[in-house]
Ligand binder design. Structure first.
Ligand SMILES: C[S@@+](CC[C@H](N)C(=O)[O-])C[C@H]1O[C@@H](n2cnc3c(N)ncnc32)[C@H](O)[C@@H]1O
Length: 339
C-alpha cells in the first residue's frame, strides 16, 4: 500500500485488493464509508451483544439498509459472477443476513429480504459447485496434491487465492458460536494463503507445529497437508473444533489433531513452532506467553505471528524478532542466554 494513501484508503485496499488500481477519489470515498460502517457496526454489535434489540426507528433503518445492499448485490452479479465477485457477494450477504436475524421474527419485510438473500446465497453456492465441484470431489477422494494447488493458483489472480482455496477445501462456512467470546479473545478470521505458504517455508522435518486459536483449522490442516509435519490446533470454540476435525477428515490429512480448550490450559511441551494470528490479547496473551517461556527453557522454540500479535511480541523481553516475511508473518525467537 503506497504511503500517500490515508488509513481508510489503505484499509480498503487491504480488505479488497482488487481496488488497489482504482482512482484515488473513489478509494477515498469508499474508504470513508468503510470507516463509518466499522464505527456503526461496532456500536450496533455492542448493543446486540448486550441483548438489546434495535429501537423501532433503527429497525426500519436496518431493513432499508438490507434492501439497498441486496439490490447492490443483485445488480453487480447481473454484470458478472467471477469468483472474486461471488466472494464479495458472499461477504455482503452474510452481513445482511446477520443484521436481519434479530428482526425476521416480527417484521415481514425483514423476513422477505432474508429469503431473497438466502436465495442469492443458494445461487452462489450452485455457481461454486458448477465451477469447482469436480475439483472438490478430487480433493475429497485424496487425488489432489500441493503441486496441483500451486499450479491452480498460478492460473488465477492473487486476490482470488483465498476464495479459491476456501471453497476447494471447504473452509468458507463459519458455524455459529456456541460459547460467548470472553474479554481479550478475538473473533474468527482465517489466515491468508500467502501467510500459510510463508509458515510452510519456515518449518523443517521433525518440527511439531501448533496453531494457538486454530479456528476452522485452515492453517493447521493446510500446513500438515503441504509439509507433512505433525500439527496441532488448540481452539476455544467447540463448533469450530468440530468443523476443523471434519475438514481434516474430508481431506484425508492424518498428521493434524485439534484440541478443544483454552490456550492458557494446553500442554506445549512437545511443540517446536507456535503460530498466533491475533487469537487473544491482554491477560490471556500474557498467560500463554508465560507458558511458552517455560517451554523455551526445555528446548528451542520459534514463534510465528501475524497482525497485532507480532507488534506485542516485539515488546516481550525474552523474545527477539528474527525475520519478517513478505506476507507480514513475523518470526520471533527467545533471546539467547547471556544477552
Ligand atoms: C483470528 S482467529 C485465527 C484462526 C486461525 N489461527 C487462522 O489463522 O486461520 C483466532 C481464533 O482464536 C480463538 N481463540 C480465542 N481465544 C482463545 C483461547 N483462549 N484459547 C483458544 N482459542 C482461542 C478464536 O475462537 C478464533 O477462532
Amino acid at each position: 500500500v503506497s504511503p500517500e494513501r490515508s488509513g481508510a484508503e489503505a484499509g480498503l485496499v487491504l480488505a479488497f485488493p482488487w481496488m488497489a488500481d482504482k482512482p484515488k477519489s473513489l478509494l477515498s470515498r469508499r474508504g470513508g464509508d468503510l470507516t463509518r460502517y466499522l464505527g456503526l457496526g461496532s456500536e450496533q454489535g455492542a448493543r446486540l451483544a448486550r441483548g438489546e434489540r434495535p429501537a423501532a426507528g433503527e429497525c426500519a433503518g436496518h431493513v432499508e439498509d438490507a434492501r439497498v445492499q441486496i439490490e447492490e448485490v443483485e445488480r453487480k452479479l447481473a454484470t458478472g459472477a467471477r469468483l472474486w465477485q461471488r466472494e464479495w457477494a458472499v461477504i455482503m450477504l452474510r452481513g445482511v443476513r446477520r443484521s436481519l436475524r434479530p428482526l425476521v421474527r416480527d417484521d415481514e419485510r425483514a423476513l422477505e429480504l432474508d429469503e431473497r438473500a438466502c436465495a442469492l446465497q443458494a445461487m452462489l453456492r450452485e455457481k461454486d459447485r458448477e465451477e469447482l465441484g469436480a475439483l472438490q470431489a478430487e480433493v475429497e477422494a485424496g487425488r489432489y496434491d500441493p503441486a496441483r494447488l500451486k499450479a491452480d493458483l498460478a492460473a488465477r489472480p492473487r486476490f482470488e487465492w483465498d476464495a479459491f482455496t476456501d471453497r476447494v477445501f471447504a473452509f468458507q462456512e463459519v458455524p455459529d458460536r456456541e460459547t460467548m467470546q470472553q474479554t481479550d479473545m478475538t473473533h474468527y478470521a482465517g489466515s491468508g494463503l500467502d501467510v500459510i505458504f510463508d509458515i510452510a517455508e519456515e518449518l523443517k522435518p521433525g518440527d511439531r507445529f501448533y496453531d494457538l486459536g486454530s479456528g476452522l483449522g485452515k492453517v493447521a490442516t493446510l500446513i500438515a497437508w503441504l509439509t507433512g509435519v505433525e500439527c496441532k490446533g488448540v481452539e476455544y470454540e467447540p463448533a469450530y473444533v468440530r468443523a476443523a476435525i471434519e475438514s481434516a477428515r474430508r481431506l484425508h490429512v492424518s498428521n493434524v489433531v485439534f484440541v478443544h480448550g483454552d490456550a492458557r490450559d494446553a500442554d506445549y511441551s512437545d511443540g517446536d513452532v507456535f503460530y498466533l494470528y491475533e487469537p487473544f490479547r491482554g491477560a490471556i496473551l500474557d498467560a500463554v506467553l508465560a507458558k511458552l517461556e517455560l517451554a523455551s527453557k526445555v528446548k528451542p522454540i520459534r514463534i510465528l505471528s501475524k497482525g497485532e500479535t507480532s507488534g506485542t511480541l516485539d515488546g516481550v523481553r525474552w523474545l527477539e524478532r528474527a525475520a519478517t516475511k513478505t506476507s507480514g508473518l513475523a518470526l520471533h525467537r527467545p533471546v539467547p542466554l547471556g544477552r
